[in-house]
Design a protein around this ligand. Structure first.
Ligand code: G6P
Ligand code: ZN
Length: 583
């Protein structure tokens, strides 16, 4: 057996290793600085406490972006030196973020061991490549992202770190083939086990969904489908699930070969970046197609985000979570005993609120960031949740889950079409959504992003909005000058959240203007941008009148857009006459 020595290496701190909403995300060139990754990983081990790390099993994998292969080997060497007993690695270093969560929660090793935590190597939906982004985040024993207490501790330790432990002489491990490699260190055995990246995750999904019902749907001659992994890690799972398990045709898969640079694209599943899918689904005016598939979906780099499309039809993420919640029972076996509760992030539209009210479900509104759902789920308070930022999921794991969302939609369609013969008209994605609006009303929704704005200007704009809120009569006067036809603002505040489980308070989570007719304007600063500040403006118009729910979204939202831009003095503060991206 190969033996290794442990070396104590001296290092100096970097001052910029504060983890954001989803870990540490920087340009690859930043991560390539001497000891940059080493410092962060050692600080994580120290924050977790070396006693707990010793003898543990740690997962290391990610979306396969550029620098991942180097990073995996570095983290293996640091783990060995810090007394980790085993590392678990998905084949080729690939595991989607939801699969990591499933592995932590469900995988049991040959000695009955379970994972203590995971290093996930991803920058999610950010582009990859030598000049693009890399990222690392730590997930804890419940399978969810590290909580703020831990990430703050990690950050503090990165500021003072003086040394790290490393097994320099440990040879690089072949992560391309399944199997276990054993080593002997000064404190005993150390193992690297490479396993099939799909195994635990697919087994879990099979306990949640009725795969046979979905398979029948996919086999219908009047149904067709297309899945775009945008060259992220979702491709590995799409092949296994849609082709091997559900017998879909290979031609249903688009960009399903994972690439280090995502084929030069931006692996973010929205109408702007998933261009090829958008065109194939008949949603591109520039490239009309005669017979688009009935169903389309895309994922981001690490496969936790999703976009759901019908034929020439876009489902907003806010509607998606509401529709899944409304249809879960009956369509998805996992939920047959009922929903414990539902939750959405604050900027997500209130479509879910209306479902919760109608179905008498516990409902929670949390700040942006998946970790807030995790606490509710651990306490048995939430079954289904979602965010406007193309994240949807359930308590089967502690991350959002891109493929789960697709299977949820396919389950709903399978259920709705169970008794529809192939000579009758298929119930489509659009039918499901329009029926939902007819029952619950429609939340017209759009998000304007102003990226890379001067950080001070962004802060001033937010301060201005808080200031404006101090007098509601003043707010309403301003609004009426711009658009006399919008409803009155009845409440305006800065969102603050008190976690109902641990009582912790999260303040300054975005500025809300709530209108009497259920419409809302929300302003917040992104927590994930890597340059300057990103201002997000969320615009939502509620319409319960069934004769008006068919209006074009742009028309329905035009009055509130005008009000939002004027109230915030967007152009004045940022110098921008239009947003960088509209989703
Ligand atoms: C990540 C988090 C999400 C969050 C999203 C948007 O994807 O996992 O929970 O909604 O970032 O964050 P931002 O702060 O950029 O709006
Ligand atoms: Zn992601």
């Amino acid at each position: 057996m190969t033996t290794f020595k442990v070396v104590t290496q001296s290092t100096s701190p970097y001052i910029d290793q504060k983890p954001g909403t989803s870990g540490l995300r920087k340009k690859v060139t930043v991560f390539q600085q001497p000891n940059y990754l080493h410092n962060f990983v050692q600080a994580t081990f120290n924050a977790l406490s070396i006693e707990k790390v010793k003898g543990s099993t740690i997962v290391i994998s990610g979306d396969g972006r550029y620098f991942s292969k180097d990073a995996v080997q570095i983290i293996i060497k640091l783990s060995a030196a810090n007394g980790v007993r085993r590392v678990w690695i998905g084949q080729d270093g690939l595991l989607s973020t939801p699969a990591v969560s499933a592995v932590i929660r469900n995988r049991v090793g040959s000695d009955g061991e379970k994972a203590f935590g995971a290093f996930i190597l991803t920058a999610s939906h950010n582009p990859g490549g030598p000049h693009e982004d890399f990222g690392i985040k730590y997930n804890s024993e419940n399978g969810g992202p590290a909580l703020e207490g831990l990430t703050n501790k990690m950050y503090d330790l990165t500021k003072t770190i003086k040394e790290y432990l490393i097994a320099e002489d440990l040879p690089n491990v072949d992560i391309s083939s399944i199997g276990t490699t054993s080593f002997q260190g000064p404190e005993g055995a150390f193992e690297v086990e490479v396993f099939d990246a799909t195994e635990d995750y697919v087994n879990l999904l099979k306990t949640i969904f009725d795969f046979k019902a979905i398979k029948n749907l996919l086999a219908r001659p009047d149904f067709s489908f297309c899945y775009d992994a945008l060259h992220g890690v979702a491709g590995v799972y799409a092949k296994k699930i849609f082709i091997d398990e559900l017998s879909a045709d290979e031609s249903s898969l688009l960009n399903c070969v994972p690439k280090e640079d995502f084929g030069g694209g931006h692996p973010d599943p929205n109408l702007t970046y998933a261009k090829e899918l958008v065109a194939r689904m008949g949603l591109s005016k520039a490239a009309p197609v005669s017979e688009p598939p009935e169903f389309g979906a895309a994922a981001d780099g690490d496969a936790d985000r999703n976009m759901i499309l019908g034929k020439r039809f876009f489902v907003t993420p806010s509607d998606s979570v509401a529709i899944i919640a409304a249809n879960a029972i009956g369509s998805i076996p996992y939920f047959n005993s009922g929903l414990k509760g539902v939750a959405r992030s604050m900027p997500t539209s209130a479509a879910l609120d209306v479902v919760a009210k109608n179905l008498n479900l516990k409902f929670f509104e949390v700040p942006t960031g998946w970790k807030f759902f995790g606490n509710l789920m651990d306490a048995g308070l939430c079954s289904v949740c979602g965010e406007e930022s193309f994240g949807t999921g359930s308590d089967h794991i502690r991350e959002k889950d891109g493929i789960w969302a697709v299977l949820a939609w396919l389950s709903i369609l399978a259920h709705r079409n169970k008794n529809v013969s192939t000579d009758s008209k298929l119930v489509t994605v659009e039918d499901v959504v329009r029926q939902h609006w007819a029952t619950y009303g429609r939340h017209f929704y759009t998000r304007y992003d102003y990226e890379n704005v001067d950080a001070d200007a962004a802060k001033e704009l937010m301060a201005h909005l808080v200031n404006v809120q101090s007098s509601l009569p003043e707010v309403n006067k301003l609004i009426k000058q711009v658009r006399p036809d919008v409803a009155d603002v009845e409440k305006a505040d800065e969102f603050e959240y008190k976690d109902p489980v641990d009582g912790s308070i999260s303040s300054h989570q975005g500025i809300r203007y709530l209108f009497q007719d259920g419409s809302r304007l929300v302003f917040r600063l992104s927590g994930t941008g890597s340059e300057g500040a990103t201002i997000r403006l969320y615009i939502e118009q509620y319409q319960s009148d069934s004769t008006k729910i068919g209006t074009e979204a742009q028309d329905a939202l035009a009055p509130l857009v005008k009000v939002a831009l004027s109230l915030s003095k967007m152009q004045e503060f940022t110098g921008r006459s239009s947003p960088t991206v509209i989703t």
